[in-house]
Design a protein around this ligand. Structure first.
Ligand code: NAG
Ligand code: NAG
Length: 146
């Protein structure tokens, strides 16, 4: 009788864990610094409701990325502020589990789980890596400021 209750107890511990794990999909957000060398240092501050990644300073040609798991009730939202010299920009870099951001279907295909932001001299690009490994970028935002 006791071992039966013990088994039930462990099943109850395991079952909810299995359900959440199997129904969640992994996403990656990448921020790639493709600014010119010998130009001001890129500064980022990205956060969600739960996580604040603090200020980050990825070097030129360096990728800053994170991953997370989204269940069948998507709610994850990541916001980033970018600074480059006197220029800046800020927006939500992830808020849509199908196309990275709302309206992102103009930049990435449906069911994109790896969202690639590339920071360039002429603005910030959003893209994806296709099934043969090629990066496809489209300009998303101009820098603000001068
Ligand atoms: C999601 O993010 C995009 C890009 O930052 C933004 O245009 C859109 O308004 C956001 N959606 C919501 C519901 O805030
Ligand atoms: C990936 O992109 C490259 C470059 O645009 C293209 O040549 C290739 O056909 C694409 N692969 C697929 C599977 O669409």
């Amino acid at each position: 009788m006791i071992s039966f209750l013990v088994k039930i107890f462990f099943l109850l511990l395991i079952i909810p864990y299995d359900i959440t794990e199997s129904q969640c999909l992994f996403y990656e957000v990448h921020i790639f610094n493709n600014l010119p060398r010998n130009s001001p240092q890129l500064q980022l501050h990205c956060a969600s409701g739960d996580d604040d990644f603090g200020h980050q300073y990825p070097g030129v040609r360096k990728d800053y990325s994170w991953s997370f798991c989204e269940n069948w009730f998507p709610k994850t939202l990541y916001f980033c502020h970018f600074w480059w010299g006197f220029k800046e920009q800020a927006f939500e870099v992830f808020n849509n589990s199908n196309n990275c951001i709302d309206g992102g279907d103009k930049y990435v295909p449906d069911e994109t789980t790896k969202c690639v932001w590339q920071i360039q001299k002429d603005g910030i690009y959003l893209g994806y890596v296709n099934s043969t490994g090629q990066l496809h970028l489209t300009k998303y935002a101009e820098w603000l400021g001068n």
